[in-house]
Design a protein around this ligand. Structure first.
Ligand code: ZN
Length: 292
């Protein structure tokens, strides 16, 4: 709670409304919102698991997921990937705030093809694609932390990867067996990470990919999330993230930001989930990153 208290910094900020969008001074370049530039503000890194009906924290219903996209869009958020965030290369319009949409575990309900060859309109990608049709500046651009199941439908894995990457999304490593890395030996940790890295590389994913430890549990030897040598081969990952419940530090906030340990918040309606934090932004309690 100390962390939470520290992150709730009161600021002068008005919610984005159609009125505020049109009331910007005509002399300045068009801005997406009237929020002042803030390169030190918090970044929303949202964590999703199942996109289907369900009662615990791991589920977001298709309609609630669609609502998340709508809410984020209306509030001036635009999608970036984990890699763009950690490298501080977030290409979003003036006045916009970044959001990183992340999907863990590669569940079939994240990306699924129906028998007729179309994308299931109720899976995460199907919902997002439909939204992007009418909101082309909110494309299917997120980070998918995968397990070997790779959304099921084994034969379609290469096609799904190619489609995701063509839209601007990226694929990350979420280990081979989804174990608590903190309970394993260094050698077991290396095997868990290396095996899925090799698997993804076999599908054409660049080896220096983002990594996400299962349950947000770091191995005892934390340096392993960054790089190690296993069976004579060097493995490197470009970032690592936690499963947490608050917005993450700006990549400019050198005091708090770490490429290998940053927070994510749950994409659900529970306390400390996305609805909770968007409400804090609306009320001006949380200061988010805003592009100049
Ligand atoms: Zn997981």
């Amino acid at each position: 709670m100390v962390f939470l208290a520290a992150s709730l910094i009161a600021i002068q900020q008005r919610p984005t409304t159609p009125e505020t969008l049109t009331s910007a001074p005509k002399t300045s370049a068009a801005r997406l919102t009237n929020r002042k530039a803030n390169l030190m503000g918090k970044v929303f890194v949202v964590m999703y698991h199942h996109i289907r009906e369900g009662s615990n924290a791991m589920f977001r219903s298709p309609s609630a997921f669609r609502k998340d996209l709508e809410n984020l869009y209306k509030m001036g958020f635009r999608p970036v990937t984990i890699t763009e965030y950690v490298n501080n290369k977030m290409d979003i319009p003036p006045g916009a705030s970044p959001v990183v949409m992340t999907f863990d575990d590669a569940h079939p309900n994240q990306f699924y093809f129906l028998k007729d060859g179309t994308i299931d309109p109720k899976c995460a990608v199907g919902i997002w694609l439909d939204f992007a049709k009418t909101h082309p500046d909110f494309p299917v651009k997120g980070t998918f932390y995968t397990l070997p199941v790779m959304w099921g439908q084994h034969k379609l894995i290469p096609k799904k990867i190619e489609m995701l990457r063509s839209w601007g999304s990226e694929i990350g490593n979420h280990t081979w067996n989804h174990k608590f890395l903190s309970k394993l030996s260094d050698d077991q940790v290396k095997m868990e990470i290396a095996k899925q890295n090799d698997n993804l590389v076999s599908y054409g994913i660049p080896p220096n990919m983002p990594f996400c430890p299962p349950y947000g549990e770091y191995p005892k030897n934390k340096a392993l999330v960054k790089s190690f040598v296993y069976k004579g081969k060097t493995y490197r990952h470009s970032s690592a993230c936690m499963a947490w419940d608050s917005p993450a530090a700006s990549p400019n906030d050198t005091k708090h930001f770490s490429k290998y340990k940053f927070e994510r918040l749950h994409g659900n309606g529970r306390p400390m989930g996305i609805d909770y934090w968007l409400d804090k932004v609306k009320k001006g309690v949380v200061q988010v990153y805003v592009a100049p």
